[in-house]
Design a protein around this ligand. Structure first.
Ligand SMILES: [Zn+2]
Length: 316
């Protein structure tokens, strides 16, 4: 069995929507309950997230944006930048603590106190850009973890595997011209789904050309298409790039029961993806994986897929 960090904080529940919204604290309550009842939390290594240092957040986001986010939350605004991205008075702190969760996972893996990490954090992060919040995301947790590994642990090359059903436009933009962070995304085709980016021809720019890889899926695609993409597109790219750590932007909204998209991935599809990424990490980066929760909005499939995901990370 592998040592897997369990990163969670009860304060993550303080970021509550002021109106009916799919990204709610109940998601984490359900995950926590389900993994507890399945006996999995006691087999993981609990790691308490801390508030990150300014420098770690500023490695990704502008100071001006942070100030704007903080002011909007303190003032009692209900949304930031777009109507789907809610905030409350706690949201600035909790967004920092969510990024701190991703950092805590990265730290535990980098220092070798665990083999892998699962960060049950919210708000999610992959739509958040340098100076904009969107798509329920305030700070880009995965991007912050990648920069943290590079700045604090001497990691050179990081791979981000983003299997949330939505394209992680924020992460892509942050690393668009950066050849040291490879961004791979599999998502529903932008013609049909938010945020409308992530076409095949988006491959990075300048020095970063070739280290962005988008694999959009037609509505109705499922396990078979995902398997083919991982084996025939992701794997050769990873063989060329040779990452030192793999981060997973782990959204579970490509599941066929999820209400926010039109794909047909099953529980077994998520088992395959986890197992495949574990195999890549074992081959190229000493098994180092930091999995960071993104979306997933149907409780039953969200919790069952995360149970499978964690069991595969535990390698039991
Ligand atoms: Zn999503």
């Amino acid at each position: 069995m592998k040592r897997v960090a369990w990163i969670y904080h009860p304060d993550y529940l303080l970021h509550t929507p002021p109106f009916e919204h799919p990204e709610s604290p109940e998601r984490l309550v359900a995950i926590n309950d389900h993994l507890g009842k399945a006996g999995l939390i006691e087999r993981m290594v609990p790691v308490t997230p801390e508030y990150p240092e300014d420098a770690d957040i500023l490695s990704v986001h502008d100071r001006e944006y942070l100030n704007r986010l903080e002011t909007a939350c303190r003032r009692g605004d209900l949304t930031l930048d777009s109507e789907d991205t809610y905030i409350n008075r706690h949201s600035y702190n909790i967004a920092l603590l969510s990024a701190g969760g991703a950092i805590a996972g990265a730290k535990a893996v980098a220092e070798g106190t665990v083999d892998r990490a699962f960060c049950a954090v919210r708000p999610p992060g992959h739509h958040a850009g340098r100076s904009v919040g969107m798509g329920f995301c305030l700070l880009n947790n995965a991007a912050i973890a990648a920069r943290y590994l590079q700045a604090r642990h001497g990691v050179g090359k990081v791979l981000i595997v983003d299997w949330d059903v939505h394209h992680g436009n924020g992460t892509q933009n942050i690393f668009l011209e950066d050849p040291t962070v490879f961004y791979f995304s599999i998502h529903e085709h932008p013609t049909f789904l938010y945020p409308g980016t992530g076409r095949r021809w988006e491959i990075g720019k300048g020095k970063g050309e070739g280290t962005t890889l988008n694999t959009p899926m037609a509505p109705g695609a499922g396990d078979a298409e995902y398997r083919t993409t991982f084996e025939q597109t992701l794997e050769p790219a990873v063989e060329r790039f040779r990452p030192e750590v793999i981060l997973v932007s782990a959204g579970f909204d490509a599941h066929r029961d999820d209400p926010l998209a039109d794909l047909q991935v099953t529980d077994e599809g998520f088992r395959f993806m986890t197992r495949h990424v574990v195999g890549l990490a074992d081959r190229f980066c000493g098994g180092k994986i930091v999995s960071i929760l993104e979306g997933g909005y149907e409780t039953s499939s969200l919790t069952s897929c995360i149970e499978i995901h964690v069991r595969e990370l535990l390698d039991e």
